[in-house]
Ligand binder design. Sequence first.
Ligand code: DC
Length: 236
Amino acid sequence: MKLLHDIIIAIDGYSSCGKSTLAKNLARILLYRHIDTGAMYRAITYWALKNNFIDIKTSSINTKTIIDSLSQVMIEFRYNNKTLSNELWLNETFIEEEIRTPIVSEYTSQISQIPEVRQKMVQLQQQMGQNKRIVMDGRDIGTVVFPNAELKIFMTADPYIRAQRRYDELITKGIRISLEEVLNNIKERDYLDTHRNISPLRKASDAIVLDNSHLTKEEQLEWVIERIKERFPYEH
Ligand code: DC
């Protein structure tokens, strides 16, 4: 599908709603770039864990050292022709698998609340969208990163359905975890994402809501494509 004007598509919403899957599929159809900003915050958390800036025994985070060492973090997305997706590299290392583990998920909500971390990530994200033709997903894309994005989608789904989906995904990957743990993690992350002081998750006033509790991936994609066709001129 070819749009006649280049646009930015911002997809925000709760965790485990399938934002990245939708964003990735949409980017493929439009021949746009997909940026998963959650992966960027996960990467910083992974880096902080690896460098022992987080003590998992006491759950304490050495915020000062993280801030002081932020200049050592280099995050970039590289397109993989085999998987047809944009993959995250941290300091020249491929870390797509490592950033999806429960321990990284657990600490990312806290690491992403550090203002200096957000500042660095938002700056990078804005650079990535300089030439538009981008589908970016996260929590603050339509509100903070690209408040003038041409299309904003706010995704939501029933927490129990999200937990079941996430649980199935983790089990397939061989990660041992209970459904209850996944649900608790989702509820905790929803709370932290919506209650933090800086850039909390909220629906932009001009965003359109997509509740995908009972929609397949294909149906969600169709729904967004319809919304795009209604709003923007495209080549028939
Ligand atoms: O989308 P995700 O579950 O991979 O996001 C991981 C964490 O990063 C989540 O706790 C919220 C945070 N995040 C954020 O604060 N801002 C964003 N734009 C994207 C993610």
